[in-house]
Ligand binder design. Sequence first.
Ligand code: HEM
Length: 147
Amino acid sequence: MAIQYLALSTMIVLYTLMFIGGYVSAAGLGLTCPEWPMCPDGIMPSEEYLIEWIHRLVAATTASLVVATMIASLINKNSDFKIKVTSSLATVLVITQIALGAMVIDMKLHAVLVAVHLGIGIFLFSMVLLTTLFAFRISKVSISSKV
Ligand code: HEM
C-alpha cells in the first residue's frame, strides 16, 4: 500500500479509538473487564465486556498500523528525516500508551494515570497527523520527479 494511504488509515483508526476510549471513560466502563490483556472469558468477549474489549482490539490494530507506517517510512527512498522522526516517535508513544492502558486497569483507574493516558493519546495523534502530512508530501515529490 502506498505510504500516504497507510498513514491516513492509521490516523482514521486512531481517531476512532480515541472516541471509543472517551466512551469507555464517560460511560464508567473502565473496569468492566478487570484483567489484561484478555478479559476473563478469553478471546471472544461476553456482552458485559464488549466495549472495553473493542477498545483493546482497536488499540492492537492501531499499534500494528503505527508500526507498519514507521517501517514504510524508514524503507521508502524518498523519506526525509522529519517523517522518520514522527513515525518513530508515534511507535514509541503507541507502545507506551498500551503499557499505560494495562497500568490504568491494574491501578484501578488512578486519576493521574487516566489523565496521562488521555495526554499521550493526543500526543500520539499529533505525531500520526504529521506523519500523514509528510507522507502525502513524499508521494507528491515522487510523482513530480517521474514527470
Ligand atoms: C493506542 C492505544 C490507545 C489509545 C490511543 C487510547 C486512548 C484512550 C482515550 C482517548 C481514552 C479516554 C480518556 C478520557 O477521556 O479520560 C481512553 C480510556 C481508557 N483506556 Fe485507552 N487507549 C489506548 C489503549 C488502551 C489499552 C491497551 C487499554 C487497556 C488494556 C486501555 C484502557 C483504557 C481504559 C480502562 C480507559 C477508561 C479510563 C476511565 O474509565 O476513565 N487503553 N483510552
